[in-house]
Design a protein around this ligand. Structure first.
Ligand code: NAD
Ligand code: TYD
Length: 356
């Protein structure tokens, strides 16, 4: 088992990165330091880590507002903190946004990853007691028909600027392992949901729109299928891979939990109505079919036997319980929502939907 002292987490102020930092401090026996490097785009939110900063700030938790493309700044942090493990979450992560403006996706997801690999290669040299763990997505595998699953050896076939940029970064990480012997691992996970998710993604967007009585936009016929995993279970998969994953290997992570979008949104209407004592049939009237997303992938489904068999990873929560927890989190965190709602980015989303 690998034991690390100083973890550099990129994108730690975003949805999964922040949950991962909470997970390390609150649910593991990790006793080292965490250095979070995040340039705080619209999706990065320091409020996701308020309690961590209060409790561990400048003792075991350190934050740097920095872009992963800044070679000098990150090399300095790498050296100053004697980083022995990098866990790379930072990315532009929203497919719709990648369709409207792909440039940031190329710069952060591809050039940013390349930059970090170069720093790791230079600072770590030929060390074997270090690790570069890259967080990726099942979207790199493309789109499935009605049957079948994505396996670790499924050929890459990305369709959106987002998934193409993630695919490129995965290939670079893999190339650094084969070419320079940089110790790397990669995890490709299905759709996550949970606390702190920015309300541009399906589940939090629908929860907030239901609470505000706004239309619930369903793209196309609504029969697109995603596999959903509770974010804490993704965090435990990442941590198991970091500790015990085989160097140079990819691990698929998924919820074995496929839902048609329209079925999921109907279910969310029922659960939010339940918690807020509304009439579910009235809430469902908010469902509005809108123009489809261009190049919309029909179905994602992950086979995660490898991480289950080799690392003994298991998800801990069933979807219905996880969704209830998530709805309750959004209901109990009005200040977080107000803060996020006041930013310009959600205005961009509202405008985008009006124009659809
Ligand atoms: P997110 O958009 O919520 O957070 C991304 C974070 O990265 C933000 O804090 C942002 O400020 C930061 N960031 C962006 N560009 C940066 C840059 N150039 N320099 C430094 N920081 C930068 O994303 P997320 O949903 O938390 O996803 C995290 C990772 O997990 C991504 O790599 C994504 O591709 C991957 N992933 C996400 C999902 C999902 O369902 N959300 C599923 C599988 C994999
Ligand atoms: P999303 O959360 O954007 O994740 P991804 O595209 O990375 O899978 O979308 C999940 C699914 O929900 C996807 O099929 C697109 C669809 N969707 C809608 O129908 N309406 C929406 O408003 C959003 C954001 C997504």
């Amino acid at each position: 088992m690998r034991i690390f002292k100083n973890l550099l987490i990129t994108g730690g102020s975003g949805f999964i990165g922040a949950n991962f930092i909470h997970y390390l401090f609150e649910k593991t026996d990790f006793s080292g330091n965490i250095i979070n490097v995040d340039c705080l785009t619209y999706a990065g939110n320091p409020n996701n880590l308020t309690e961590i900063a209060e409790k561990h700030g400048n003792t075991r938790y350190f934050f740097f507002k920095e872009n992963v493309q800044n070679y000098e700044a990150i090399e300095k942090i790498f050296t100053q903190f004697e980083i022995d493990c990098l866990i790379h979450f930072a990315a532009e992560s929203h497919v719709d946004r990648s369709i409207f403006g792909p440039k940031d996706f190329i710069e952060t997801n591809i050039v940013g990853t390349f930059n970090l690999l170069e720093i790791a290669r230079k600072v770590w040299g030929s060390r074997e007691d270090v690790l570069f763990h890259h967080i990726s997505t099942d979207e790199v595998y493309g789109s499935l028909g009605e049957t079948g699953f994505f396996y670790e050896n499924t050929a890459y076939d990305p369709r959106s600027p987002y998934s193409s940029s993630k695919a490129a970064s995965d290939h670079l990480v893999s190339a650094y392992f084969h070419t320079y012997k940089l110790p790397v691992t990669i995890s490709n996970c299905s759709n996550n949901y949970g606390a702190y998710q920015f309300p541009e993604k399906l589940i939090p967007l629908m929860i907030l729109n239901i609470l505000e009585g706004k239309p619930l936009p369903i793209y196309g016929d609504g029969k697109y299928i995603r596999d959903w995993l509770f974010v804490d279970d993704h965090c435990s998969a990442i941590w198991e891979t970091v500790k015990r994953g085989k160097t140079g290997e990819t691990y698929n992570v998924g919820g074995e939990n496929e839902w048609e979008n329209i079925k999921l949104v109907n279910y969310l209407c029922e659960r939010v109505a339940f918690f807020t004592e509304k009439d579910p049939n009235e809430v469902k009237k908010l469902i509005t079919y809108v123009k489809d997303r261009p190049g919309h992938d029909r179905r994602y489904a992950i086979n995660c036997d490898k991480i289950k068999n080799e690392l003994n990873w298991r998800q801990s929560l069933d979807f219905e319980t996880g969704l209830d927890e998530t709805i309750k989190w959004y209901l109990n965190n009005k200040e977080w929502i107000e803060n996020v709602r006041s930013g310009d980015y959600l205005k961009w989303i509202d405008k985008n939907y009006t124009e659809r």
